[in-house]
Structures are given as C-alpha cells and as structure tokens.
Design a binder for this molecule. Structure first.
Ligand SMILES: *[C@@H]1O[C@H](CO)[C@@H](O)[C@H](O)[C@H]1NC(C)=O
Ligand SMILES: *[C@@H]1O[C@H](CO)[C@@H](O)[C@H](O)[C@H]1NC(C)=O
Ligand SMILES: *[C@@H]1O[C@H](CO)[C@@H](O)[C@H](O)[C@H]1NC(C)=O
Ligand SMILES: *[C@@H]1O[C@H](CO)[C@@H](O)[C@H](O)[C@H]1NC(C)=O
Length: 175
C-alpha cells in the first residue's frame, strides 16, 4: 500500500509541475514605457499610435516618465477618459515622474493627465489580456523554429519550457 501511495504523490507532483509550467505567470512580465522612450508621457506623443504596437498582458507594468512639475497621471473610468474629466479619478499614479503601474486585471485601463493636457491628447487606454502560453504539438519535429509572437520575442524562452513539460508528461506516464 505504501508503494501505491508514494506513486500517487509522485503523480500529483508531476501534475503540479505541468500546471506550474503552463501557468500564465510563467511569462516574464514586460515593462511598457508609455509613449515610448524615457519621457514618453507628454503632449507631443500620439498614444493611440503607440498603443497599437503594444501587447499588454496581466502582470505587465506601465512606466510613466514625465516632468512632475507640469504633468501627472490619473487612472479614470471610461466615461471620464472620453470626456477628459479629472475629478473623481480612480487612483493617482503620480509619484516622482518615473512611476510604475501594475496591470493586475484583464480589462481596459484608462489614464489621463491631471494637469489639463488631456484635451491636447495626453490620455491613453490600455487593453490588458490574460496570457496563455502558446502550446506547440509535442510530436512535431524540432526543426525550423518560427517566431510565434514576433513583437514579443517570446519563443526563445518558450522552447526550454516546452521541453520541461514534455519531460514531466513522460515522467507522469511512466508512474
Ligand atoms: C494618432 O495616430 C492615429 C493612429 O495612427 C491616427 O489615426 C491619428 O490621426 C493620430 N493623431 C494625431 C493627432 O496625429
Ligand atoms: C466615472 O467616474 C465619474 C467621476 O467619478 C463618475 O461621475 C461617473 O459616474 C463614473 N462613470 C461610471 C460609468 O462609473
Ligand atoms: C497626485 O499626486 C501627486 C503627488 O503625490 C500630487 O502632487 C497631486 O496633487 C495629486 N493629484 C491629484 C489630482 O490629487
Ligand atoms: C503585480 O500584480 C500581480 C497580480 O496581482 C502580482 O502577482 C505581482 O506580484 C505584482 N507585482 C509586484 C512586483 O508587485
């Protein structure tokens, strides 16, 4: 009986390892510099243009770089964002002008400048998605690696993880 219990525990460990390897948190979080560059939070930036080229996932970070004497960053709801209303904001992200914001939920976040530059276009909406790691067929031959997400540069650290998953799967099947 001890043997089968041991086996069960090992099986559970193997399953936990597989789940850990497949989990969303396994992707390295990305720090997105809002507007691009070190001081992208300014009225000259086209934030629509900037956000088109970004992919935001849960666990990623936003970095707002700006001059705190002239600008600030407020998180607001959608209607306030559309009408540039800075009263009744959700949170004040402004600290020293090199401020980070943790994207903890899969939803659209809205930010605007609280110093009157919103009407000049200083606002940004960020659609955050849940991250699902790409699953590649384990039986496919390991030739011709092609980029799955060209903009993220992801596949490089995905490959060893897939190898680990295959190993864990093989291990659990042997038990
Ligand atoms: C910002 O970029 C978007 C998308 O490229 C474009 O449609 C829009 O006209 C630009 N806005 C300004 C003020 O240039
Ligand atoms: C958005 O926030 C404003 C300001 O606090 C508030 O008046 C409004 O009711 C909110 N809108 C929604 C849809 O929650
Ligand atoms: C947001 O926080 C900054 C820094 O703490 C402060 O200077 C500013 O007045 C705040 N803005 C609002 C609208 O509360
Ligand atoms: C960011 O938020 C996620 C989700 O709540 C959390 O797991 C993570 O620890 C946070 N990161 C930091 C550095 O606080």
């Amino acid at each position: 009986m001890v043997g089968s219990r041991k086996r069960l525990v090992l099986k559970m460990v193997a399953v936990m390892v597989i789940m850990k390897l497949l989990c969303a948190e396994c992707r390295d979080p990305v720090l997105h510099r809002v507007g691009g560059g070190r001081y992208g939070w300014n009225p000259e930036t086209n934030f629509t243009e900037w956000s088109i080229h970004e992919h935001f996932y849960v666990g990623d970070w936003l970095y707002f770089g700006f001059d705190k004497k002239t600008h600030s960053v407020l998180e607001v709801n959608r209607s306030s964002y559309e009408k540039c209303i800075d009263k009744g904001f959700i949170s004040n992200i402004t600290r020293g002008g090199r401020d980070v914001f943790n994207l903890t939920e899969a939803k659209t976040y809205y930010f605007l400048d609280g110093r009157g530059f919103c009407i000049k276009g200083m606002k940004v909406s960020v659609l955050v998605e849940e991250y699902f790691p790409p699953i590649r067929p384990l039986s496919s031959p390991p030739d011709s690696p092609r980029p799955l997400f060209p903009n993220d540069g992801f596949p490089f650290h995905a490959v060893p993880r897939m190898t680990l998953i295959a190993t864990a799967l093989a291990f659990s099947l042997l038990l």
